[in-house]
Design a protein around this ligand. Structure first.
Ligand code: EPZ
Length: 428
C-alpha cells in the first residue's frame, strides 16, 4: 500500500504550474462523443479520473490516442455501444456524463449508477428531471440508468437546486435535440462555461453558460475541433492555501485569477497577501493565520471543494472560525484526522467550529476522499514532526504529480510503499 510521508514545518517557496481542470476534463472528454470527427483536447490533467474516463471511452469503441502526457486525440466515429457497466461507472462520479453524451449521440444510454467521493447521498433526481424534460424515458433497473428517446426534443428545465452535474448532463443531451432547451437555475461553475465553449467550437448553439439561464438551440451535427482545458481552480486553491499554511511565498502559475476570487478573498481575511497577475497569483503567508468564517456556496460563492483545505488554516488560526457546509450533507469526516494532529474542532450537522491552536503535530492519518486528502497534505506540511498519509489513491484521482510539485516548493515529502506495516521502499 502506498503512503505519502511528510516532514512538516518547512516554508513552501517558489513556483508551481497548475494543470488542466479535472472537473472540466471529465465533462469535455465524454462530450467529444457528440462530434462526427476527431477532437484534439489539450491541457488535460494526467490524473486517475481522466484515465478512467478514457478507459470508458475505449470500452464504447471510441479511439483515444495520447499525443503527449496532457493531450488526447479522440475519434468517436468507431463508437459501437451505449452501455457503461458497473465495474467502470462506479469508479467515479463523472461516469454519469456518459448518459447525457450517449443520449445526445444515440438517443439511448445504459449507464450504471456513478461512484465518487462519499460526501452524502448525492442523488441524481435533477439529472433525470432534466432528461425527461427532453422527452427521454428514464428507468433505473438494478442500479443501471436506462434512458431512451425516439427523438430528443428541447424543452424547459428548472433545477430545484444548483447542480453542476445536472447542468452538464442536460447540456450534453440537449445540444443535438430538436428545438430550444432552456435551463433555469443552472450551475455557473467555470467548468460549465468550459464545456459550453468546447461544444460551441464544435458547432453547438449554447448561450448563457456561466449565468443561471442557459439556452441551447439543438443542431443536427457537430464537427471535430482542437480545444484546451481551463486551469484547475481547486488545484490552484490547494497550493495557495498550502503557501499560507506554511508561512511560505509561492507563485501559482497557469491560472485564471477570476476563477480564484472567493479563495483569494478568504486567504486575505486569514492574513495572507495575495497578488494577482495575468495568469498567475502570488500568495505570501504573514505568520500565524487569522480566523475567519466560511460558508460554501455554488459558484461564484466559496467552493465546497476548498472547504477541507481551509479547515487546516482555521485549525492553526488565532481565534475561533466557523465553517458552514451548505452543499453536501457529510463533508466534515476529515476533521477526525485533523483532531488526531491536535486540532480542536466541534462538528454539529452542517457546521464545524474550529478553536485555533498554535501548531498541529505530525501523525499517521488517512485521506477520506479527494479534497480531504489534499487537506491532509497541507496539514502534514504545516505540522511539526512527521505525518504519514494512507489511502492516497483518493489524492491521485485529482492532483497531477502532487509529490513532485510540492517537493519543488521545498517540501520534505515522498511516497513510500508499505506492506504489512513494514516499509518496503521509498518510491520518491
Ligand atoms: C460536482 O459534483 C463536482 N464533481 C464536485 O467536485 C463538486 O463538489 C460539486 O460539483 C459542487 O461544486 C465533478 O464535477 C465531477 P452537484 P456534483 O450536482 O455534480 C445535490 C471534487 O472534489 N443534488 O452540484 O455531484 C447534491 O447531492 C468533486 O472534484 C441533488 O440533490 O455536484 C449536492 O448536495 C467532489 N440531486 C448538491 O445538489 C441531483 O440530481 C450539489 O451537487 C444532483 C445534485
Amino acid at each position: 500500500m502506498e503512503k505519502i510521508i511528510i516532514g512538516g514545518g518547512k516554508r513552501l517557496c517558489g513556483e508551481v504550474n497548475i494543470s488542466g481542470a479535472k472537473n472540466a476534463a471529465v465533462a469535455v472528454i465524454p462530450a467529444a462523443i457528440l462530434a462526427d470527427d476527431v477532437c484534439r483536447i489539450e491541457n488535460v490533467p494526467n490524473i486517475m479520473d481522466v484515465q478512467i474516463m478514457v478507459k470508458i471511452m475505449k470500452s464504447l469503441g471510441v479511439t483515444v490516442k495520447n499525443i503527449n502526457k496532457n493531450t488526447l486525440e479522440i475519434d468517436p466515429r468507431p463508437i459501437n455501444s451505449y452501455h457503461v457497466p458497473a465495474e467502470m461507472a462506479n469508479l467515479l462520479r463523472a461516469s454519469y456524463y456518459f448518459i447525457g453524451a450517449l443520449l445526445g449521440k444515440f438517443g439511448k444510454a445504459h449507464v450504471f449508477m456513478p461512484g465518487g467521493c462519499n460526501l452524502g447521498v448525492r442523488p441524481i433526481d435533477q439529472h433525470i428531471k432534466g432528461f425527461e424534460a427532453l422527452s427521454v424515458n428514464v428507468n433505473i433497473d438494478n442500479a443501471t440508468i436506462i434512458a431512451s428517446a425516439d427523438r430528443l426534443l428541447g424543452g424547459p428545465v428548472y433545477f430545484d437546486m444548483s447542480t453542476v452535474g445536472g447542468t452538464i448532463n442536460v447540456i450534453l443531451a440537449a445540444v443535438k435535440a430538436r428545438g430550444l432547451t432552456v435551463i433555469e437555475n443552472a450551475a455557473k461553475e467555470p467548468h460549465i462555461v468550459d464545456l459550453a465553449n468546447f461544444l460551441n467550437l464544435m458547432g453547438a448553439d449554447i448561450r448563457g453558460a456561466g449565468t443561471d439561464i442557459i439556452k441551447i438551440h439543438g443542431v443536427d451535427s457537430l464537427k471535430g475541433c482542437t480545444y484546451s482545458i481551463i486551469p484547475d481552480q481547486i488545484e490552484a486553491g490547494t497550493y495557495m492555501v498550502a503557501a499560507a499554511a506554511t508561512n511560505g511565498d509561492v507563485l501559482v502559475k497557469n491560472v485564471t485569477p477570476k476563477h480564484l476570487e472567493s479563495i483569494s478573498a478568504k486567504l486575505i481575511e486569514c492574513g495572507a497577501t495575495v497578488e494577482n497577475y495575468d495568469d498567475s497569483v502570488r500568495v505570501t503567508g504573514n505568520g500565524r493565520p487569522l480566523k475567519c468564517n466560511i460558508k460554501t456556496m455554488p459558484h461564484p460563492g466559496f467552493p465546497t471543494d476548498m472547504q477541507p483545505q481551509f479547515a487546516v488554516l482555521l485549525s492553526i488560526a488565532e481565534g475561533t472560525g466557523i465553517v458552514t457546509e451548505s452543499i453536501f450533507e457529510n463533508r466534515f469526516r476529515y476533521t477526525d484526522q485533523l483532531i488526531r494532529m491536535g486540532a480542536q474542532i466541534k462538528v454539529e450537522g452542517k457546521t464545524a467550529v474550529f478553536e485555533g491552536i498554535s501548531e498541529l503535530k505530525g501523525a499517521p492519518i488517512k485521506a477520506d476522499d479527494l479534497r480531504a486528502g489534499s487537506a491532509m497534505l497541507i496539514a502534514g506540511l504545516a505540522a511539526r514532526g512527521e505525518t504519514e498519509i494512507s489511502e492516497i489513491n483518493h489524492i491521485d484521482r485529482g492532483y497531477e504529480d502532487v509529490v513532485t510539485k510540492f517537493k519543488a516548493l521545498g517540501a520534505n515529502i515522498k511516497r513510500s510503499e508499505f506492506k504489512d506495516f513494514k516499509q518496503v521502499k521509498n518510491v520518491g
